[in-house]
Design a protein around this ligand. Sequence first.
Ligand SMILES: [Zn+2]
Length: 425
Amino acid sequence: MIERLLSEVAGRRGDLIELTRKLIAIPTLNPPGDNYREICEFLRARLQRSGFATELLRAEGAPADSERYPRWNLIARREGIAPGECVHFNSHTDVVAVGSDWTVDPFGGEIRDGRIFGRGACDMKGGLAASIIAAEAFIACSPDYRGAIEISGTADEESGGYGGVAWLAERGYFSPPRVHHVIIPEPLNKNRICLGHRGLWWAELEISGRIAHGSMPFLGDCAVRHMSATIAEMEESLFPKLAERRTEMPVVPEGARQSTLNINSIHGGEPEPAKEYSGYPASCVPDRCRIVLDRRFLAEEPIDEVKNEIRSLVRKVAARRQGFEWELRDFYDVDPVLTDRQAPVAQAVDSAIERVLGCSPDYVVSPGTYDQKHIDRIGKLKNCIAYGPGVLDLAHQPDEWIGIDDMVDSAGVMALAIAALLREH
Ligand SMILES: [Zn+2]
């Protein structure tokens, strides 16, 4: 059975390549959210031919959903001959901006040296294509399976997933009794099982001062100086402390196996002049300064402590500076997610990797969040992992590519995992 299934997958190599190239050719750039309908229609036609029932769902009312840029999602489901559990593969269909320095057409799907090039090749149209081939190969081998297989193509992962997985999870699409096992084919490498991600807290710190003529700064209060004192304090006492805080979570790369803080942006004083304005600035003492904070935290750190640490740092600086007024605005936070290694979906992929690649998998945790957060928090489904072909470092880079052999191997792993999960029930 295993040999037959793997040869079914291997026999679909040409199909896998063509499917990946066709997905890359649909430029689903987000923002703004281009061509979601087109890619969903394409997936719908493909999966209907393979016997899937499909639902095309627009995330009406979700952030960024509009008449001009509707957030379309596709859910495809194929029932077996008897009721049972459902294995779901979830891929996001959006890709990030192309950027510069490409040497190939970003939507051309060029093939060279066993690789397919294009924006989204590894993140994550190659993984989506591999999961479709895996499901089709399994169905061809075991048409009489029990349970159900689902494949979804969802919007907006690159901008938080609110018009995709979050919206669907709120409507029960990622919870039992509909779905029991979820695999997200993000590019974590064909021999790695990703159990989750670190936590995240986004916030904005605004410090206000008092505007005055720049020739008499003593009549005003410079918010930029207050902010620079705050950042100096962070350099002095916060960054070294965060670097020392190590986690038991197997985060990759190694540098992310600690707490981190990124100062995402800084803005002080009057807004930047319009591009058409060719004159000089006016002389003012800046009366406000803002920074946006991107704090990534560990399973060992309670979110309240993460927030209090920043608050007390700012309070400490404020106490020694006259006129220092500040406000810390929470944008949002996401708890760390860590699926149990013994979860059935992790175990099924573990054995499948062993069979296909002849080695045991590495268990890893992602430095950044992805759609698993919504499946965990909203769907309340803990039996979820990320597993897919591709090298994470290539994501969002120029000349992004996916290895064809890696896709075939991953599709083999996915097919064996479906077989294991649906056979046992
Ligand atoms: Zn991705």
